[in-house]
Write a new protein. Structure first.
Length: 290
């Protein structure tokens, strides 16, 4: 569902919506705007405890991946949460080695066994492995047709990757998960995905803490009585980007979600937009060796 700036402001203007606010993906599946990422969360036991805390706080979207080595912890937390499965949105990803080895379906079944779930809400190709992501996508299309996955998408795909994929496949990705924060706004990619109705999701939305030192962000935070992290996360949502910050500390998991009782003005948004400097904290999708 394509949303204008004004529509986005209305979406996030009601504090009661909070963590229940959802966007509709291009195949009609509703996805929470805000969720918990579990990259470097720790082992399965630690991850289970943190995910359980997040679900108790109202989080309904959990994002993991094979390479995070904590899918089993995520699955255990979901099963023991007491929250109906259809109220939760679970994402995992196929890793590069499995894409290269042409074992996407086997990797999916292994992830599902670790998660202990009957179906998956969203399955992503983790990185655009050169020359092989189209074949991987066609397997994922089949898994979706078989009813095992509600939506399929990609991660770390830039415009040329998306163009190559769309030229040879049938299903438009529902999601593209990328590094996205005030220092890396990726405007051409953001606009391309809006044009194709692909929902962007931000990983490392706080740039591993780097942007929290920014003078502009701190000035806006002080004026609004919010933390720098809350300002950045609110900016991401009002930009129309699904956001999945990671934290291993329960108090930060709670604080990160406290962003639905205020709004950034158009002037605030423009100031933060202007911080873009195309600065990454993660690998370059055009140059990665893993």
């Amino acid at each position: 569902m394509k949303l204008s700036y004004d529509a986005l402001q209305e979406t996030f203007s009601n504090p009661g919506d909070g963590l229940n606010a959802r966007t509709q993906l291009n195949n009609g599946v509703p996805m929470p705007w805000f969720g918990l990422g579990v990259y470097q969360m720790g082992d399965d036991s630690t991850t289970q405890a943190r995910v359980q805390s997040a679900i108790r706080c109202g989080y309904r979207s959990i994002d993991t991946a094979f390479i995070y080595r904590n899918e089993a912890g995520v699955g255990a937390a979901i099963r023991e949460s007491g929250v109906p499965r259809d109220e939760l949105f679970v994402t995992t990803k196929v890793w590069n080695e499995d894409v290269r080895a042409e074992r996407v379906e086997a990797a999916f079944e292994e992830s599902m066994a670790r998660l202990g779930l009957d179906y998956l809400d969203l399955y992503l190709i983790h990185w655009p492995v050169k020359g092989q992501f189209v074949a991987a996508w066609k397997v994922m299309e089949k898994l979706q047709r078989d009813g095992r996955i509600r939506a399929i998408g990609v991660s770390n795909f830039m415009v040329p990757h998306l163009e190559a994929l769309l030229a040879e496949t049938e299903v438009v990705p529902a999601v593209n998960q990328i590094e996205f924060h005030p220092y890396l706004r990726s405007t051409p990619l953001l606009e391309y995905c809006r044009l194709k109705d692909i929902r962007l999701t931000a990983w490392s939305p706080l740039m591993q803490g780097t942007v929290l030192q920014d003078e502009t962000i701190n000035r806006i935070a002080e004026r609004l009585g919010k933390s720098p992290a809350q300002i950045v996360l609110r900016w991401e949502l009002q930009t129309g980007v699904v956001t999945i910050p990671k934290s291993s500390r329960e108090e930060r998991i709670v604080a990160n979600a406290d962003i639905f009782d205020f709004r950034l003005s158009p002037a605030d948004m423009a100031e933060i937009d202007a911080l873009d400097r195309q600065q990454r904290c993660g690998p370059d999708p055009f140059n990665f060796d893993f």
